[in-house]
Design a protein around this ligand. Structure first.
Ligand SMILES: Nc1nc2c(ncn2[C@@H]2O[C@H](COP(=O)(O)OP(=O)(O)OP(=O)(O)O)[C@@H](O)[C@H]2O)c(=O)[nH]1
Ligand SMILES: [Mg+2]
Length: 435
């Protein structure tokens, strides 16, 4: 298979999802609650789906909330309801029906046939947004990997579209053999992507190790998408990360140095935001980007305090953190957007989370307190050492100032005597000067 052929094939595969945004399509949103499910939660989830759909480039023109005792394996919402929705599709001239719940490939196929239009689920919408926003090489490869994994089990449904790819060989239908070839091609591409990503990851891992050796603590910004992570990074450092009032503006990680007042340098990293029910394929594919988070010394967990459901966002973020093995990294909760949060809401959040710091990344309010809190938290993990450094080793004294927090410093006849707090991983080169 030629490279050009592969590229064409990849484009087609993504096109099945990205077709959504070529022209603004009219979308009908459907959310279903089975017996005992929390209806408020459903309403919130569906209103978030509306934002996701809009970000993906379609107009959510109508929303249908369905209650049912259980899931229908063939049509998800049940035959009667599905027929009702089909009529709505007709009346409202709908191009795509977006389900908030995950659909099985069979349900998706059946509904598509019944509605006579595209049917996608929340996962597909999120994947689509990622596909549109990925810019870096690693980001694009990760998104492609996630898309292929998502499509692989759904291949039967897409059979006719894929069959056009082969071209040339007459007008035979998809058939089992064709399907097998397509599957194999995708599997091969998945292996290639994994190899390429592993190579890219190796470089990043080396950079991370170098930072570790230099003893620079890493603070990772994490949080729900649109919580204000990039805005905070830009405020703290001179980074110029794109910030926008839309979901998933950031997909790549950016790292910047930042000097804590009277303290050591730290590295701050900003990375992809999380969302409720982030597709597993994406979490898997972005694991290498998210390793930055797992290896951090401190997580700044930003939450949009002005959101209707900040607690839901906190829970969703913690779930993803657990999924990437970062649940044990120390966390400092930051209540952001205080400038647009109702005072009683803020008071309640502060009571529930007494250790949290409240800020407005936009106005800068509370940011000094946040920086002090970060310094405190990092200090907790520092080790206090006493050093005597001969004057001819001035570079060691300089390194102590750069890497640690110098608490006391005096000049003796034998050299500089220092009390300094150092991160545990930076102790090595100082051992011989300890007294
Ligand atoms: N009013 C107000 N708006 C804020 C504040 N912080 C961020 N914003 C706005 O919230 C939106 C999202 O901010 P970003 O910094 O892009 O959020 P993010 O967490 O990086 O989002 P993603 O990268 O998309 O996951 C932007 O429109 C910001 O201007 C704040 O403290 N107050
Ligand atoms: Mg961002």
């Amino acid at each position: 298979m030629t490279l050009e052929h592969q590229a064409r094939q990849r484009k087609r595969l993504t096109a099945t999802v990205t077709d959504l945004e070529v022209r603004r399509q009219r979308a009908l949103l459907v959310g279903m609650a089975t017996d005992g499910a929390d209806l408020d939660e459903l309403a919130r989830s569906v209103s978030e789906l509306a934002r996701l759909t809009d970000t993906a480039g379609s107009d959510p023109v109508e929303t249908e909330l369905v209650r049912r005792p259980g899931i229908d394996p063939a049509t998800f919402v049940g035959r009667g309801k599905a027929e009702e929705l089909a009529r709505l599709v007709e009346t409202l001239d709908i191009d795509v029906v977006v389900f908030d719940n995950d659909l099985t490939p069979a349900q998706q196929r059946n509904l598509q046939k019944l509605f006579g239009c595209d049917v996608v689920d929340r996962q597909a919408v999120i994947l689509d947004i990622f596909a549109q926003h990925a810019t870096s090489r690693a980001g694009s490869l990760q998104v492609e990997l996630a898309l292929l994994r998502y499509h692989l089990p759904r291949l039967r449904g897409k059979g006719t579209e894929l069959s056009r790819l082969g071209g040339g060989i007459g007008t035979r239908g998809p058939g089992e053999t064709k399907l097998e070839t397509d599957r194999r091609r995708i599997q091969t591409r998945i292996s290639t992507l994994k190899r390429e990503l592993a190579r890219l990851e190796e470089t990043r891992r080396t950079q991370r190790k170098a930072r570790r050796r230099a003893g620079v603590p890493v603070v990772a910004l994490v949080g729900y998408t649109n919580a204000g992570k990039s805005t905070l990074l830009n405020r703290l450092t001179s980074a110029q990360v794109l910030t926008e009032d839309r979901l998933f503006s950031t997909l790549d990680s950016t790292v910047r140095r930042f000097t804590l007042p009277d303290g050591p340098d730290v590295v701050i990293s900003d990375t992809v935001g999380f969302v409720r029910r982030l597709p597993h394929e994406l979490v898997e594919a972005f694991k290498s980007t998210l390793e930055e988070v797992r290896d951090a010394d401190l997580l700044l967990h930003l939450v949009d305090a002005s959101d209707p459901d900040p607690e839901g966002q906190i829970d969703a973020v913690r779930l993803v953190l657990a999924e990437i093995d970062a649940a044990d990294v120390p966390e400092l909760l930051v209540l952001n957007k205080t400038d647009r949060t109702a005072p009683p809401v803020l008071t309640r959040l502060r009571n529930v989370h007494p250790d949290a710091v409240a800020i407005s990344a936009l106005t800068g309010d509370g940011v000094d307190e946040l920086v002090a809190a970060v310094a405190d938290r990092l200090r907790d993990r520092m080790v206090l050492v006493h050093l005597q450094v001969p004057y001819e080793h001035g570079e060691v004294t300089a390194a102590a100032h750069r890497l640690g927090e110098v608490v006391a410093c005096k000049h003796d006849t034998d050299g500089t005597v220092l009390d300094v707090r150092l991160p545990p991983e930076a102790l090595g080169p100082f051992e011989e000067y300890r007294i």
